[in-house]
Write a protein that binds this ligand. Structure first.
Ligand code: FAE
Length: 527
């Protein structure tokens, strides 16, 4: 489609919308046979940035999201389940929970749950389980909210083709502002009971001469202070996080997506999964969308067309979709970089057993606020994470982000019809080695040992999972330097799939800032 026809199509649908009097658009599900100027696949960070900025530029956008809307309370009056009591809402189409910490005191803690389109997907590949958020807001619904801008000196290794000054002067500040990133009040943090585990983490880090940093977050820290004071309904302080926060968290539906909807130009259809995108005449794309029931069954299949499609299904979702579409001949001109460069952000977990004089607290805020930075010397940044069990565990728990050079590839398996990932469990060894540069030293200083009861029976390292999938359609390789897919003008990637495997810190601020950078250029040049 030419620039002119795109603008005309956009303008005509805007005019039609105005005539229909839907300036403040009510949610409307995508219908079979519809034509939309822009279709966005997925409503996480990348998809939300694309929706807001395109709408502000005058373009009608339809976001298709496979997960639920998460706007309606369940029978207990709450939208989201507590981390300590997973139920039907907690897992994406599983009949048994798959909790990141599978054991406690050596006993398995997973339980049966009804199969439902729940909020957290523990997606199993041969060598790794990838945790992802499912629903309007993507990962922002389930994540820890840690909003970390990488150190400037590390940026070159993250996205070598991107102008560093532009990112740090314009796009990181823009992303942080829109996401509502805020800092914990340190004076409060120093005494709050719910951050005793953080202060113990600091004491142990500093006694071993590691740099300890308080980290910004998108959880409303003023709200959390009120939670601790008992003046508002509790969320983080009551252990909510992994399966959603009923209060306090500035997830995407409260920030980017709220502003996108307020333009009147953005519609979001939940419980619909995009399964195919292929070029048709007139420069348009035919998109196949499956409507899902809450048991995961396909209740309808819709064929729509779009002038442009933004892939924002997350690193795994976008990579799987593009790998399949290239292999099955629907997008054969995609280049051979599709599916490559996937990494786990070097995630590895561990716990330490503290002495009885170092309790970490029976009430722990589920929102992490601090990390140990040993990136330069040891290639590890360890988040001091909560263990919100409701009882004193005398444990310190950490999620480390490490410099792990291993990269996996997605490929289409014609015999099973699935897209596989060739990650191997043994590829976590560099992450374990990097994390040990911190925790072996702390254990030596403190005279303590690793916990062996959290990930199985006598297993120290949580090396079977990641929370931070990145890559699979890497910037400047599978796409041009702004996310335009090679081979198909009008197709874009705008999510974590663009980032080659590692960000040196928690990734969503970088995903958001990169999306802001790319969409600004796409609006300026392509529209
Ligand atoms: P993402 O947010 O995953 O959104 C993709 C969306 O697309 C999802 O809503 C999918 O349901 C949807 N989708 C997928 N396939 C399809 C399809 N075919 N059709 C329609 N929709 C589809 O992608 N990061 C941090 O920076 N700080 C943290 O503290 C942090 N903690 C985390 C804790 C947990 C438990 C988890 C799981 C993740 C955490 N992350 C954290 C990672 C962060 O949430 C993740 O990097 C971003 O959400 C990725 O953003 P994307 O836009 O790439």
């Amino acid at each position: 489609m030419t620039r002119r026809t795109f603008v005309v199509a956009t303008g005509s649908s805007v005019a039609a919308a105005a005539l229909a009097g839907r300036a403040a658009a009510a949610p409307r599900a995508i219908v079979d046979g519809a034509h939309v100027p822009v279709l966005v696949v997925g409503s996480g960070y990348g998809g939300s940035v694309a929706a807001l900025r395109l709408a502000q530029a005058g373009v009608d956008v339809h976001v298709v999201e496979m997960g639920m809307a998460w706007d309606t309370p369940g029978p207990d009056g709450k939208i989201f389940a507590n981390t300590t009591a997973p139920d039907y809402r907690s897992y994406w189409l599983r009949t048994r929970t798959k909790q990141p910490l599978s054991n406690f005191l050596g006993f398995p803690i997973d339980r049966d749950v009804p199969r439902y389109t729940g909020i957290l997907d523990a997606e199993d590949f041969s060598g790794i389980t990838v945790y992802q958020g499912r629903g309007v807001g993507g990962g922002s619904l389930v994540n820890g909210g840690m909003a970390v801008t990488p150190r400037r000196e590390n940026f070159g290794a993250i996205l070598p083709s991107v102008n560093v000054d532009e990112m740090y002067n314009v796009f990181y500040p823009r992303a942080n502002a829109e996401l509502g990133v805020n800092n914990v009040d340190q004076a409060w943090w120093e005494t709050a009971a719910c951050y005793q585990y953080g202060r113990v983490g600091r004491k142990h880090a500093q006694r071993s001469n590691f740099s300890f940093v308080l980290v910004p977050n998108v959880y409303d820290m003023a709200y959390m202070q009120q939670e601790q004071a008992g003046t508002v309904p509790k969320s983080a302080v009551a252990g909510e996080l992994l399966y959603g926060n009923n209060h306090g968290k500035k997830s995407l539906p409260k920030t980017y997506l709220a502003r996108a909807r307020a333009t009147g130009r953005v519609a979001i259809t939940p419980l619909h999964r995009v399964t195919s995108v292929a070029p048709v005449s007139g420069g348009r794309f035919a998109v196949v969308v499956e409507q899902l029931g809450t048991g995961g069954e396909v209740t309808a299949t819709k064929q729509v067309t779009a002038d442009r499609v933004f892939f924002a299904a997350g690193s795994v979702g976008t990579s799987k979709l593009l790998t399949r579409l290239k292999a099955t001949g629907r997008l054969p001109n995609l280049n051979n970089e599709i599916g490559k460069g996937w990494g786990d952000n070097g995630n590895v977990m561990c716990g330490r057993a503290n002495h009885l004089w170092d309790p970490t607290g029976s009430v722990q805020s589920s929102v992490p606020t601090a990390g140990i930075d040993n990136w330069a010397a040891g290639g590890a940044f360890a988040e001091v994470a909560p263990l919100p069990t409701g009882i004193e565990t005398y444990a310190s728990f950490y999620l480390s982000i490490t410099r792990n050079p291993n990269r996996a590839q997605f490929s289409y398996n014609a015999s099973t019809g699935t897209v596989d990932l060739n990650w191997q469990t043994a590829w976590k060894q560099p992450s374990i080695d990097a994390a040990k540069t911190i925790f072996d030293r702390i254990n030596a200083t403190e005279g303590t040992i690793y916990r062996t009861d959290l990930f199985g029976v006598y297993k120290i390292w949580g090396d079977h999972l990641t929370y931070h999938p990145l890559g699979g359609a890497v910037l400047n390789r599978a796409t041009d330097n702004y996310g335009r897919l090679h081979g198909y003008p009008g197709l874009y990637v705008i999510d974590g799939a663009l980032i080659p495997g590692n960000t040196s810190v928690n990734p969503f601020v970088t995903i958001t800032a990169l999306a802001e950078r790319n969409i600004a250029r796409i609006i300026a040049d392509d529209l």
